[in-house]
Design a protein around this ligand. Structure first.
Ligand SMILES: Nc1nc2c(ncn2[C@@H]2O[C@H](COP(=O)(O)OP(=O)(O)OP(=O)(O)O)[C@@H](O)[C@H]2O)c(=O)[nH]1
Ligand SMILES: [Mg+2]
Length: 425
């Protein structure tokens, strides 16, 4: 049964609380809960003790009793003492925004890497919050996994210190395990880089259609054995990075990656723990920011994505903004606004061709045409050029195979020795 909750937020100066509360409500739903009551208070600044003002806290307590709701979800990251005080005075079990997002991530994580990352983020969040029910909830979710036993309310101070030490130890162990795992991921990435293929990363707000776009492109340009990634109408369906190879009809190839989506104020514990997963975007030659143009708040979502990219240190990678789900909005598609902007639908083939062409135009800029004369005993070079470059013409001469082809500057330099005079720059 879905748990009913009260969502509550402070309207501080210069804040669009309406949108923040809508987002919070979607996050609540993503955590299998239902926001049946919404409470808002206008304040100059948060109350340091209970976040909300005293009168509002009483109101929350009464509302909980009247509607038989036991849980309060607050639209902010609260300090440990704020959670404790608010729980005591409202008699409600309090979850803050960070705790909520951590719960969703914990429920979604499938791979060992994602599970480790979420667990580390959770422990870092719990550490200063021992004895509050927010951390208890998280603890119950992973009972037996996180060690347990350290969130007992009213535990003695010594026991608390001991628990903190145990948690720190566990964080260290998990971080070590994760590091070993990500080292092997980094090695894989290096191998891919050496293969010389450009890489493109899909980024954007959660549920924008990144995975659907990836699957569409893979269906059209992937090898037959390339697996589809998980796509679903829910927040944070994807928590792992997947990489797929695309080969276009002109033989040009690239690597496309799909990764975790963003939401505003993504908890810093998660950003830190997911650094290696998010690194895929930082290493890319091109970003495609997927935006759900059918959502009235798409502008805020772009803002959120750009802010998050900055926070993870992705500032210099060129980007195409791809406005998806045009079929649900009242706009013409596919339609490119400029070389950096496209309106499309990930479910539409013509759209995907257009997106692919825009991507190709950006990443294959260093490509050039050249003619090589390959001696007959160098068959492997002919094979390579046929498989990896866009061969335009093949002639058999007395001394070898003459091939005119379009190729990356890397490949050009690799076979420079075979260049036919006249094509050398
Ligand atoms: N109508 C319509 N639905 C779309 C389109 N693209 C994606 N969707 C739907 O939007 C939902 C989310 O798509 P995903 O591809 O899983 O989104 P995502 O960006 O990968 O989301 P996360 O992994 O959760 O961050 C799914 O139900 C898709 O079927 C589109 O062009 N039109
Ligand atoms: Mg996804």
């Amino acid at each position: 049964m879905t748990e009913k909750v009260i969502i509550a937020g402070l309207e501080l100066p210069n804040q669009d609380l309406d949108y923040a509360m809508e987002e919070l409500s979607a996050l609540v739903e993503a955590n299998n809960m239902e926001a049946t009551e919404k409470v808002i208070q206008k304040l100059e600044r948060p109350n340091p003790a209970t976040y909300f003002g005293t009168g509002k806290v009483t109101e929350l307590h009464e509302l909980g009793t009247a509607t038989d709701v036991q849980t309060l979800v607050v639209n902010a990251e609260l300090s440990p003492s704020q959670i404790r005080n608010l729980e005591q005075e409202s008699k409600l079990s309090v979850i803050d925004r960070t705790g909520l997002i951590l719960e969703i991530f914990a429920n979604r994580a499938q791979s060992r890497e994602a599970k480790l990352q979420v667990e580390i983020a959770k422990l870092n969040y719990q550490m200063p919050r021992l004895r509050t029910s927010s951390s208890q909830r998280l603890d119950q979710q992973s009972a037996g996994d996180a060690g347990g036993g350290y969130t007992n309310r009213g535990a003695g101070e010594t026991k608390l210190e001991m628990s903190r030490r145990t948690i720190q130890q566990r964080i260290n162990n998990l971080t070590h395990e994760l590091k070993e795992m990500t080292t092997s991921t980094a090695v894989q990435r290096k191998k891919r880089d050496q293969a010389g293929l450009p890489s493109v990363a899909l980024v954007g707000y959660t549920n924008a259609g990144k995975s659907t776009t990836m699957n569409g492109l893979v269906r059209m340009y992937g090898k037959n054995d390339e697996k589809q990634v998980f796509e679903k109408n829910m927040l944070f369906a994807t928590l792992d990075t997947s990489v797929r190879q695309l080969t276009f009809p002109d033989q040009k190839q690239l690597l496309l990656s799909d990764t975790v989506g963003f939401v505003s104020n993504l908890p810093h514990q998660l950003i830190k723990a997911f650094r290696s997963t998010l690194a895929e975007a930082a290493q890319a030659d091109l970003l495609v920011q997927v935006v759900d143009i059918s959502d009235p708040h798409f502008r805020e979502m772009i803002e959120t994505t750009n802010e998050t990219l900055q926070e993870i240190g992705v500032t210099k990678v060129p980007m195409i903004v791809a406005f998806n789900k045009a079929d649900l909005a009242d706009v013409t598609y596919p339609n490119f606004e400029s070389t950096d902007e496209l309106i499309y639908s990930a479910r539409d083939k013509r759209s995907l061709v257009m997106l692919a062409n825009m991507i190709k135009q950006k990443v294959f800029t260093g490509y050039r045409e050249a003619t090589f004369l390959i001696p007959f005993d160098q068959g492997q070079v002919v094979d390579y050029l046929n498989q990896h470059t866009n061969v335009l013409k093949t002639d058999y001469k007395e001394t070898g195979t003459e091939i005119t082809t379009e190729l990356s500057s890397e490949d050009y330099h690799r076979y420079e020795n075979y260049l036919v005079a006249g094509t050398v720059e």
